[in-house]
Write a new protein. Structure first.
Length: 84
């Protein structure tokens, strides 16, 4: 991942971070895969929160993909899994 792409992703995430921080959480960029999937890591209280699935879909994924259109999907490498 080049520095310019990472900066744009971080800027998008910075718009969400205050909402995560209210509940004692945060998110960290892990990498971007070859098929343009942003992989993140939940930090703090977000790691074990059942709302993190909703936060991912309604918050992080929406904001990042709107501000960084080359990102095609977002996935967390840790945290609570969506029940099947």
């Amino acid at each position: 991942m080049d520095n310019q792409l990472k900066e744009r992703i971080e800027k998008a995430l910075d718009s969400i971070r205050p909402h995560l921080a209210v509940d004692g959480g945060d998110v960290e960029v892990v990498n971007v895969t070859d098929n343009m999937c942003l992989r993140i890591k939940w930090l703090g209280n977000c790691e074990n929160c059942f709302m993190s699935v909703m936060t991912m879909k309604a918050g992080i994924e929406q904001v990042v993909m709107a501000q960084v259109p080359e990102i095609l999907s977002v996935e967390a490498i840790n945290g609570v899994e969506m029940p099947s």
